[in-house]
Design a protein around this ligand. Structure first.
Ligand SMILES: Cc1cc2nc3c(=O)[nH]c(=O)nc-3n(C[C@H](O)[C@H](O)[C@H](O)COP(=O)(O)O)c2cc1C
Length: 177
């Protein structure tokens, strides 16, 4: 109830890195494995688990591998500024990017795939909102982004689809005032 009470979007972030344990917990909350059978913290149609979570940080961009709970480097440069048009994305410590892999949705009608993947990404985003609310973090989900630029920067396969981005960080002093 507390987390839901505090859930909100915020667009003012301190330029402070998340402690590594908090980053680890956040990614697990977002879309980690929470059951022995490989089930995840967010639902997906037919359990296709088609959404990949990417993380853009000053040190580089990474894909979150939920099975091993590890980050895999995909670009060794700071891509935060590529993840959206709003100024705060450049300086907040991390921007998540949710990407759909249609290959994992082969059993679904082609015209439904983006719709289903976006619904799953929405559930992941809400996990991040609730984790943020319960850990004193600010966050905002974003659809105002250049999907082609993000796909190129992350080196995505042409059929992969960038769905949404989400900025996370500690609140700035301004936003606490
Ligand atoms: C699909 C979707 C796309 C959104 N895109 C943006 C965005 O590009 N930039 C932004 O600042 N906020 C974005 N938002 C956040 C909304 O503006 C915000 O959720 C809304 O104003 C309600 O505020 P609240 O989240 O604090 O309740 C988006 C929200 C959703 C659900």
């Amino acid at each position: 109830m507390d987390a839901l009470q505090k859930r909100s979007s915020s667009r003012q972030f301190a330029n402070t890195a998340l402690p590594s344990q908090m980053l680890s917990d956040l990614l697990w909350a977002a879309f980690g494995v929470n059951r022995p059978d490989g089930g995840r913290t967010a639902p997906s149609a037919l359990n296709a688990q088609e959404v990949d979570v990417y993380v853009a940080m000053p040190s580089g961009a990474y894909r979150y591998d939920a099975t091993t709970h590890t980050l895999h480097l995909v670009a060794a440069s700071d891509l935060r500024h590529v993840t959206g048009y709003q100024d705060f994305v450049d300086d907040a410590p991390m921007d998540l990017v949710y990407v759909a892999d249609p290959e994992r949705m082969a059993l679904m009608p082609a015209e439904q795939r983006v719709f289903f993947a976006a619904a799953s990404a929405g559930a992941i985003a809400q996990n991040v909102y609730l984790f943020s609310a319960s850990n004193g973090l600010s966050t905002v989900i974003r659809a105002w982004l250049d999907r082609k630029a993000i796909a190129a920067a992350l080196g995505l396969n042409p059929d992969h689809q960038v769905l949404l981005s989400q900025t996370v960080g500690f609140p700035s002093d301004n936003s606490k005032a």
